[in-house]
Design a protein around this ligand. Structure first.
Ligand SMILES: NCc1[nH]cc(CCC(=O)O)c1CC(=O)O
Length: 310
């Protein structure tokens, strides 16, 4: 028996999704008669320690993953479960994404104090989000909204709806589904209305590239279609040198009729004007991601990005 040490952040969501991953891996071990057991290791990341500032002001890539990746390199742990959207574009030498499990809902949702849709928010309503991507798109839809930062784990952010006088907070559907808190969701923001973060709703299982034993198991957990979508989205992010906190979003999907991969990408100014969106079709995910990024750069995305990077 080999004990696989699984690194995770210690937030309720991180522990829940790590538990769900371990459960699936145990099931696969049983099915294929593989000799692994699993042990959870909680790791505090920089992003967890800095809770009092808007994340976009902290800057730096991989705030929620660096310490965990170091533990992988030090062999303190053997694999790590991350939210894909927290993954920087580049991985440290020696580490790989060993599996991308099937994605869940990638949309953003509103949790509102009263009403049932965005239109029900009163003029000048106070909406909580620290994501420039969400702020930019909501502001474009409703210039009157007052968007204010809200940090903390998802339970904290839902509580702040009551304690800090927000009319609504924006969260990812995926986290709420994983926590079994769907009943808190007031409404889903369609992907065309609020383009999700790159990788939102997907997980990344990271391990050492040389750990063939573990990789043999992770391969069985891998979901290739999700991986193609995520690769296209991340190629887009990489080309724009994202990861810096800029309003960037993208989602890949299959065209229902032709079956061809389609990628929609967004770069927006934080105030919601201008917002640039482009969509293209292609077969190769990396080429597609790069092509959509190029299209937005031609349309002036570089000016938005340069201004934000200062
Ligand atoms: N920004 C933090 C974060 N990172 C991953 C998720 C959960 C959604 C996912 O796995 O994509 C969340 C919470 C949120 O955005 O509401």
């Amino acid at each position: 028996m080999r004990v696989i040490k699984v690194g995770t952040r210690q937030s309720a969501l991180a522990l829940t999704q790590t538990g769900q991953v371990i459960h699936e891996l145990e099931r696969l071990c049983e099915e294929y008669n593989l000799p692994f057991t699993f042990e959870t290791h909680k790791i505090v990341t920089k992003g967890d320690r800095i809770l009092d500032v808007t994340l976009s002001k902290v800057g730096g890539k991989g705030l929620f993953v660096k310490e965990i990746e170091q533990a992988l390199l030090d062999q303190t742990i053997d694999m790590a479960v991350h939210s894909m959207k927290d993954m920087p574009w580049e991985l440290p030498e020696g580490l790989i994404i060993g599996a991308i499990p099937k994605r869940v809902d990638s949309r953003d949702v509103l949790i509102m104090k009263c009403g049932t849709s965005l239109d029900d928010l009163p003029p000048g309503a106070k909406v909580g989000t620290s994501s420039l991507r969400r702020a930019s798109q909501l502001q474009a839809l409703r210039k009157d909204l007052v968007i204010e930062p809200v940090r903390g784990n998802i339970d904290t952010r839902i509580k702040k709806l009551e304690t800090e006088g927000f009319d609504a907070v924006v969260l990812a559907a995926a986290g709420l589904h994983r926590m079994n808190w769907e009943d808190r969701i007031t409404c889903y923001l369609p992907k065309e209305v609020c383009i999700p973060a790159v990788g939102q709703g997907a997980l990344a299982i990271e391990c050492r590239g040389e750990d063939q034993e573990l990789l043999a198991l992770l391969t069985k957990y891998h979901h290739e279609e999700t991986a193609l979508h995520v690769r296209a989205e991340r190629a887009f992010l990489g080309k724009l040198n994202g990861g810096c906190q800029i309003p960037i979003g993208a989602y890949a999907e299959r065209d229902e009729e032709s079956g061809v991969l389609k990628l929609t990408g967004l770069v927006g100014a934080p105030e919601g004007d201008p917002i640039l969106i482009a969509a293209m079709y292609g077969e190769d995910p990396e080429q597609l991601g790069n092509a959509v990024a190029d299209k937005l750069l031609e349309a002036g995305a570089d000016q938005i990005l340069d201004r934000l990077r200062g």
